[in-house]
Design a binder for this molecule. Structure first.
Ligand SMILES: O=P(O)(O)OC[C@H]1O[C@H](O)[C@H](O)[C@@H](O)[C@@H]1O
Length: 474
């Protein structure tokens, strides 16, 4: 069974992530390309450093070549944004990368990209699911990898330099060069090191790297940058007196930042800082796009600059589609992904980190100082996030209460409106909000709440948790 979630298809290795499913999905894509008459330019495949990712990339290439579609495989493990960049640059109709992003090590998966290098939108993923259902395993035709390489049906490519050059061209390298920053990178055993180290060292930063060896178990932690998983980076920043710590998730499309004091900077703050920086310091104008579980501080900044902030469901495919529609200058999510107009149409931790370093260099100020300037102007927002594991029965129970019967607890704040666009989101009249939604990437119910004070956010989050009789925060 192949079902796409918030960010691609993800499955437990050996359970659903199997050779036959990888080749089934690839065959489905190939059939769709053939039906659309879009096979000529071919297809690109990338892979990250997870267990089986490189092997699965070969399986996919064999199945794509077996359908007579020219197939390029990036010659070594790559950041997801590099694969998206390649789809965009080469004008390809589709591409894929083998990754399960930030999921636990037992998972692997496939992210599919469409023209322009965007994440496959809902229309495409539902069509692909339909194609998969209508594809029989006997339709999988393969060309052995080595044979494909020898006869040119499969080609190994190395687009890394163009990608790095395009980032170098779009950030103020001169300013970074003058700032003489000491930066420590934490790729979380994933794939960002080559690109990020190259960009920052070209800008003459003093760069240290931790957690860079290949470890398909990600050091026993989740390859998702947050305050709990980045304790090693936090200690390193403090001990070695670094100006900044930068982490990326397993496939490098998300970013996590540690400031010079060793504090974890929530992705909400990174998005807010960069939007503010682009408008206030770089003189850009334009809308912002955020998902509905991301800070509304972005809206306050947009309003102040007479711009609009658009809200979309969780999933970067929605963010990039809205950015394209509105020509927004930035789009991001509280889970740590963002992109900026002019760069690729998907989230990119490497690019976002480079822009953040530029911001520190250009302003000559600490991240905490710039953020204080923002809260002095727009007030404070505090967000709490809790994830709850559930079984099938639990899922049905919560779905009934919240999404079918649309019941809500009594809150100590006046409600402005309730939305069921993605889970259930309650907007309060004081600007705060709380959302409960099922993750599309993991078996979790996510409860996020943002209020002017942390105390209120915790209180509202607890009211919803108790009302839904949720267990321990996982
Ligand atoms: O909350 P979830 O549905 O698990 O999604 C969390 C994140 O997962 C992936 O990384 C998607 O690419 C993101 O767009 C999404 O924000």
């Amino acid at each position: 069974m192949i079902k796409f979630g918030t960010g691609g298809w993800r499955a437990v290795i050996g359970e659903d992530f199997t050779k036959s499913n990888v080749q089934l999905l690839t065959t489905a894509i190939a059939k769709k390309m053939t039906d659309e008459g879009r096979t000529e330019k071919g297809f690109v495949i990338g892979y990250d450093r997870r267990f089986l990712s490189d092997t699965a990339a070969c399986w996919a290439a064999e199945a794509m070549a077996g359908r007579g579609i020219p197939c390029r495989v990036i010659h070594r493990e790559s950041p997801t944004p590099l694969v998206m960049f390649t789809v965009q640059q080469e004008g390809l109709p589709y591409g894929m990368t083998i990754t399960a992003s930030h999921n636990p090590a037992v998972y692997n998966g496939i992210k599919v990209f469409m023209d322009g290098g965007r994440d496959a939108d809902e229309l495409l993923t539902s069509e692909l699911e339909r194609y998969v259902l209508n594809t029989d395993e006997s339709e999988i035709k393969t060309v052995p990898f080595e044979e494909g390489l020898a006869n040119g049906a499969i080609q190994l490519i190395d687009p890394m330099n163009q990608y790095i050059d395009s980032i170098i061209r779009s950030v103020n390298m001169g300013a970074i060069r003058s700032a003489g920053l000491k930066v420590v990178l934490d790729p979380m055993y994933g794939v960002s090191r080559t690109a990020l180290q190259m960009i920052l060292m070209t800008a003459r930063c003093d760069v240290d790297v931790i957690h860079e060896r290949h470890d398909a178990l990600f050091g026993g932690r989740l390859p998702a940058p947050n305050d709990k998983t980045l304790t090693g980076l936090i200690s390193y920043v403090k001990e070695k007196h670094c100006g900044l710590g930068i982490a990326t998730d397993g496939d490098a499309d998300r970013l996590g930042v540690i400031d010079d004091q060793g504090n974890f900077l929530h992705p909400n703050k990174i998005l807010v800082l960069l939007y503010y920086y682009l408008m206030k310091y770089k003189g850009w104008h334009g809308a912002a796009v955020r998902n509905l579980a991301t800070t509304h501080m972005v809206d306050r900044i947009a309003e102040d600059f007479r711009e609009v902030c658009y809200e979309v469901p969780v999933g970067f495919k929605y963010v990039s589609a809205k950015m394209a529609e509105t020509n927004a200058i930035i789009g991001g999510e509280s889970s740590g992904g963002l992109t900026v107009r002019g760069h690729i149409q998907g989230k990119d931790g490497i690019y976002a980190a480079s822009l953040l370093v530029e911001m520190i260099a250009v302003t000559g100020r600490k991240l905490s100082e710039i953020y204080r300037e923002i809260t002095d102007r727009y007030g404070t927002c505090e967000m709490i996030e809790s994830d709850y594991r559930f079984g099938q029965q639990e899922k049905e129970r919560v779905t009934k209460i919240l999404l079918r019967d649309k019941l809500l607890p009594e809150f100590p704040f006046l409600i402005e409106k309730v939305s069921y666009l993605d889970g259930c989101k309650v907007y309060f009249k004081n600007g705060g909000w709380v959302i409960a939604r099922f993750s599309g990437t993991e078996p979790l119910l996510r409860v996020f709440c943002e209020m002017p004070t942390l105390e209120d956010a915790e209180n509202v989050g607890n009211i919803l948790k108790n009302y839904l009789s949720l267990g321990q925060d996982s």
